[in-house]
Design a binder for this molecule. Structure first.
Ligand SMILES: [Zn+2]
Length: 277
């Protein structure tokens, strides 16, 4: 009997050791959940009516979660606050896009930047305080303490320097306009390059997403208007793109950037630990 128990214990210890080895091998092979080849972060900037009216129903149809970077002074945010709150209840992320959307007024084509919203006139302390206030307001809506950030106009140069390092610690990740990610090593910090497509074709959206799958990285896409409003994507193209992602669920893990960035940090840490001798 004793002999039987000892051999059973030995077997179970060996099985456990095997399982552990097996799990870490699988983790190395598949960086993203469920063996996906790439993560896809769909985001929608500026709190626009066309996002609530056109994008949200399409996301719901495919059971996808996205990130809505809300400008808290946007009329569509102020008037439809309950609807944005419902998005959080449905699992979407309410991301921080500041309150007043301050951008650099001196750039060409920036006539629309009001004098009191010129980032070049704001010291770091002012924009940082606004971003913190926006976080507090968003927490009132969704109860969350972890979220991500996209700087308005993807600009971070305030009057007295780059404000991003000061506020980056408040977020699990920040998106900045940039080229496609071709290696996970590019994501060691917590900024994610994102694409701002304006009137993209379906083929362009698919090509961008497929290159992420090829490299095993993230396709981060920042939409603005959907079927109307500024920097818009055509409504049908947006619908077809979401349908494409849904048809390729095994390849693409579509989720909010809050969830993707937390997964990314966990996996990168694990990889670093595993690679230590
Ligand atoms: Zn914006």
């Amino acid at each position: 009997m004793l002999k039987y128990l000892v051999s059973l214990l030995c077997f179970s210890a060996a099985a456990q050791a095997f399982n552990l080895a097996d799990t870490s091998a699988q983790a190395r092979q598949s960086f993203w959940p469920n063996g996906a080849k790439a993560a896809v972060s769909l985001s929608y900037d500026d709190a626009l009516n066309s996002q609530l009216d056109n994008a949200v129903p399409e996301l719901a149809k495919h059971d996808f979660r996205a990130t809505f970077y809300l400008t808290l002074s946007s009329p569509a945010f102020v008037k439809r606050q309950a609807e944005w709150q419902q998005l959080a209840a449905a699992g979407h992320e309410l991301g921080n896009h500041t309150i007043h959307h301050a951008c650099q007024a001196s750039k060409p084509g920036r006539e629309w930047v009001a004098k009191d919203k010129d980032l070049e006139q704001w010291p770091i302390v002012k924009i940082s305080a606004e971003i913190q206030a926006a976080n507090a307001q968003l927490q009132q809506l969704d109860g969350k303490t972890l979220r991500t950030f996209t700087p308005p106009c993807s600009e971070t140069q305030a009057k007295d320097g780059d404000y991003l390092p000061t506020v980056a610690v408040l977020f699990t990740g920040s998106k900045l306009q940039g080229p496609p990610v071709t290696s996970l090593n590019q994501l060691a910090g917590n900024t994610l390059p994102t694409w701002f497509p304006v009137a993209p074709t379906l083929a362009e959206l698919i090509a961008y997403t497929e290159q992420a799958a090829q490299h095993g990285t993230i396709a981060s896409i920042t939409f603005h208007g959907v079927g109307g409003e500024h920097l818009a994507v055509d409504n049908t193209v947006h619908q077809q793109f979401l349908a494409y992602l849904a048809q390729n669920r095994d390849k693409f893990w579509v989720d909010s950037y809050a969830n993707i960035s937390q997964h990314l940090q966990k996996e990168l840490l694990q990889q670093r630990l595993l690679s230590k001798p």
